[in-house]
Design a protein around this ligand. Structure first.
Ligand code: HQG
Length: 180
């Protein structure tokens, strides 16, 4: 599959599995799973044709492991990043002492005032290291990385989850947990 098609297919799958399944009339169950045959046939009907092998390639080789198949490989879901309400049934987990949030300089003042909000997503996304956080922030312009005192939040009773592709999730980060 050509690189351009990989990108196009990846973006399309993200859109329908995380944000707008209704654009192709796709059904997601409450844990975010879609039937793979249904995804393929309904996508084709909307002009986005791809084969099961092409989808396998995307799931296997996606740079961030954004998608996963279930155990019998009949269903697919996004590992994180949803704006629609899904229950990924992740286990709560003790975070490392520090986690990182990559953003852009123009949001810094607002974040210092209001904390890190989940905005359109279901939870705030945090990276396990500075390098990944820089990549996340770079999507939006000049990068700024907040170091988050995750260990302190956890000690204060706040809850964290780690997605299957290594993204840390929590509901909200009060500004007092941001390093200066
Ligand atoms: C910002 C991608 C002003 C926040 C990435 C971010 C990640 C505020 C933006 C995943 C704010 C929301 C998530 C406040 C937060 N004032 N701005 N108080 N609080 N923000 O895309 O973290 O490629 O929803 O800093 O790699 O950028 O999709 O979140 O800039 O893992 O798999 O509001 O999405 O993964 O943007 O990215 P997003 P994010 P995928």
């Amino acid at each position: 599959m050509e690189k351009a098609k990989q990108n196009q297919l990846g973006k399309f799958v993200s859109l329908v599995l995380r944000h707008q399944p209704e654009t192709i009339g796709l059904f997601l169950d409450k844990e975010g799973w879609a039937d793979i045959n249904e995804l393929i046939s309904k996508s084709a009907r909307k002009g986005m044709s791809f084969t099961r092998e092409e989808l396998d390639y995307i799931v296997e080789n996606n740079d961030k492991k954004r998608y996963a198949y279930n155990s019998d490989q009949t269903r697919i879901r996004a590992n994180q990043g949803h704006s629609i309400a899904v229950d990924l049934q992740l286990m709560e987990k003790r975070p490392p002492e520090f986690l990182y949030h990559g953003t852009t300089v123009r949001f810094v003042e607002s974040i210092r005032k209001k904390g890190i909000l989940k905005m359109q997503r279901q939870q705030v996304h945090l990276s396990p290291n500075m390098q990944v956080a820089v990549q996340v922030g770079a999507r939006r312009g000049e990068v700024f990385v907040f170091t988050v005192k995750a260990g302190e939040m956890y000690a204060d009773g706040l809850v964290f989850f780690e997605s299957d592709n290594g993204v840390w999730l929590t509901d909200f980060i009060d500004c007092k947990y941001l390093m200066d």
